[in-house]
Design a protein around this ligand. Structure first.
Ligand SMILES: Cc1ncc(C[n+]2csc(CCOP(=O)(O)OP(=O)(O)O)c2C)c(N)n1
Length: 625
């Protein structure tokens, strides 16, 4: 039996000596690599954080002591060590375990994560709650250097420093976000890690600590270090210290001996502490160390060769259409700039970045800033395309209202990953965007049916007649329609397209999910000889009232179809229209019901929610016969 197989919960880890811990880390890596080769996930970050997870569970009394994993994509070792070793084979699968920590999944998951930069605030809340309840608990936040660029992380640090709460922040610095981490904080951390004078001092400290000195010794040395650094002019300790944290490090976060040693000692020190650890993303698997961006989430691969084995498609992904079109538009209009909160590759803005690096701004994991920065650019005369994954844009809702829409500034907000995204699950589905943004004055809200429409919508939004615009489109591949070699077409705001003539029953769809509707409408026609009226609405705001009026007059039953929440979305829009006109149509909504949807393939999840082609077909049949 391997060491790993003997661990059903962290209690056994406490019995292991240093050599065994090293062995355990190696076994964990092998297990993560083998599982992720077949069942893909966030392998790079998790390989880098193995020692952090093992050391935490070795030193602290989890789950009484609490650990919050920022984003949570690096927590695979934690999951495997906390009773989910076998379940990990079903990681991110339908009815399997989540790819992120979830309170409902395990008592060891102290706080659910998925979106970045929440860990310090959450850990602070847990620590203050424990204090108020008179409990003695250690609370640890593990946060990456990428996640640390998020403003929320600094809000947490700021508050924690002044509350003097008992928390330990482990800053897992691997110098990379998904793409290369950039920005002033990155430069600062790099300076801390690489400054030779500082490293010399640090080495002498660790050498002496290695002789087994106690906590007071660490404190004394840190004080001395600070003094010395001030003398040498190296401001390595100032940032976190000035926020009320006691800074320790940098240390090698992939060295299990160092990690357990440090955590043992920090455990006894009260107040807010930050341990800066340096790790390698993808640690222990050469291909993942070499191309860290691709191996953030590489899909399936062959363990021996490191060759990625996922299916390639001739059809373009929506994100490629976005990236290519942005470049084409930018070539024509010098005012166009691209803004991405740390997702340049993920949204394909890297296509523009490669050709015109000066016109792309990767602002870090900072969605709120991305939107307000875009509004500033627009106020200054630029034409910004700000691309954010739909679910991450949720945190920039106020910035869209207050900074963009209220001032009617022409920001073109492209929301990638709109709709059910699949295996990343509840935290990552982009379901609320259309319903939320529809409520904001001055905004145009649209969703393309296919690649060509996305291209035309992006072009149209740059033209007169459009103000601030939200264009949302899904994750993954388009329908395969021609989009590259065609001239841009202008789409008038608020105009729908009739996809199929018919009467009796009308199907109104918005976005790429309309393709599922088309399949159902064709099938009904072929099998039952009945023609269903089908509109691709294209715009949720302004909505095409003439199309809605036609649907109400020609059909006694209207079915709406959307890849998002029904409440307030297309279903809500049509319901409002019908009520305001006093029309007598019956209305059925197909889309996401009022509950959170877990992980699975998009097809499985659409079927579960009742809006895949089969479900639309059944719903149409019900009304026809
Ligand atoms: C609010 C938000 N924006 C963007 C993302 C997408 N995202 C997931 S992981 C990641 C990079 C995180 O980098 P870092 O914190 O350094 O962790 P690492 O992957 O390097 O371990 C990003 C941008 C997210 N999860 N949440």
């Amino acid at each position: 039996m391997s060491l790993l197989e003997s661990i059903d919960d962290p209690s056994r880890i406490k019995e292991l000596d240093n050599a065994q811990l090293e062995e355990l880390c190696a076994e964990l890596r092998e297990y993560i690599i083998t599982c992720c080769a077949e069942n893909p996930g966030h392998i790079g970050a998790s390989l880098g954080a193995v020692e952090i997870a093992v050391a935490i569970h070795k030193v602290f009394d989890t789950p009484n002591d609490k650990v919050v994993w920022d984003v949570g994509h690096q927590a695979y070792a934690h999951k495997i060590l906390t009773g989910r070793r076998e379940a990990f084979r079903q990681n991110r699968k339908y009815h399997g375990i989540s790819g992120f920590p979830r309170r409902a999944e395990s008592p060891y998951d102290a706080f659910g994560t998925g979106h970045s930069s929440t860990s310090i605030s959450a850990a602070l809340g847990l620590a203050v709650a424990a204090q108020l309840e008179g409990k003695h608990e250690h609370v640890i936040a593990v946060i990456g250097d990428g996640a640390m660029t998020g403003g929320l992380a600094f809000e947490g640090l700021n508050n924690a420093g002044s509350l003097n709460a008992d928390i330990l922040v482990i800053l897992n610095d691997n110098q990379i976000s998904i793409d290369k981490n950039i920005g002033a904080l990155h430069n600062y951390l790099l300076k801390v890690v690489t400054d030779r004078r500082y490293n010399k001092l640090k080495k002498s400290i660790w050498d002496r600590l290695g002789a087994g000195r106690l906590r007071s010794w660490i404190q004394k040395m840190v004080k001395n270090t600070k003094r010395s650094l001030n003398r040498t002019g190296v401001e390595t300790l100032s940032l976190f210290d000035s926020l009320g944290f006691r800074y320790f490090g940098p240390v090698d976060g992939n060295d299990i001996g160092t990690m357990t040693y440090m955590l043992e000692r920090l455990k006894g020190i009260p107040g807010p502490k930050l341990l800066h650890v340096v790790t390698t993303k993808g640690k222990g698997y050469a291909p993942a160390e070499e191309d860290q961006t691709v191996w953030h989430a590489p899909g399936t691969f062959d363990v021996e060769t490191g060759k990625r084995t996922g299916k390639k498609s001739e059809v373009a992904k929506f994100q490629e259409v976005f990236g290519t079109t942005l470049l084409d538009l930018a070539r024509q209009d010098g005012r166009i700039v691209g803004i991405t909160p740390a997702m340049a590759t993920g949204c394909s803005m890297d296509i523009l970045q490669k050709e015109m690096p000066g016109r792309v701004f990767d602002v870090g994991i900072a969605e709120q800033h991305a939107v307000t920065f875009s509004a500033g650019l627009a106020a200054g005369g630029m034409l910004p395309f700000c691309n954010i994954y739909s679910s991450f844009a949720q945190r920039a809702f106020d910035n869209v209202i207050h900074d963009v829409a209220l001032q009617n500034l022409k920001v073109i907000l492209c929301l990638d990953r709109g709709g059910l995204v699949g295996e990343d699950g509840a935290t990552h589905h982009g379901l609320f965007d259309m319903a939320a943004f529809r409520t904001v004055p001055n905004l145009t809200v649209c969703a393309p049916l296919d690649e060509a429409q996305l291209r035309d919508m992006m072009y149209s939004a740059t033209q007169p007649g459009y103000g601030p615009t939200v264009i949302r489109y899904p994750r993954g591949y388009g329908n395969g329609v021609e989009w590259r070699n065609r001239p841009f077409g202008f789409i008038k705001p608020g105009t729908a397209v009739k996809l199929h003539e018919g009467k009796g029953v009308a199907l109104l769809s918005i976005g790429a999910i309309g393709a599922e509707g088309t399949k159902a409408v064709r099938r009904i026609e072929e099998e039952k000889g009945v023609s269903v009226l089908h509109f691709d609405m294209r715009f949720l705001k302004p909505v095409d009232e003439a199309a809605l009026a036609e649907a109400c007059s020609r059909a006694s039953h209207i079915i709406t179809l959307e890849d998002g929440v029904k409440a307030g979305g297309l279903y809500g829009t049509v319901a409002e229209f019908i009520a305001s006109r006093g029309a007598s149509c019956k209305l059925t909504g197909l889309g996401v019901p009022d509950r959170f949807v877990e992980q699975g393939t998009p097809a499985e999840l659409r079927a579960e929610c009742g809006y895949d082609a089969e479900s639309v077909y059944r719903e149409l049949l019900k009304e026809i016969f």
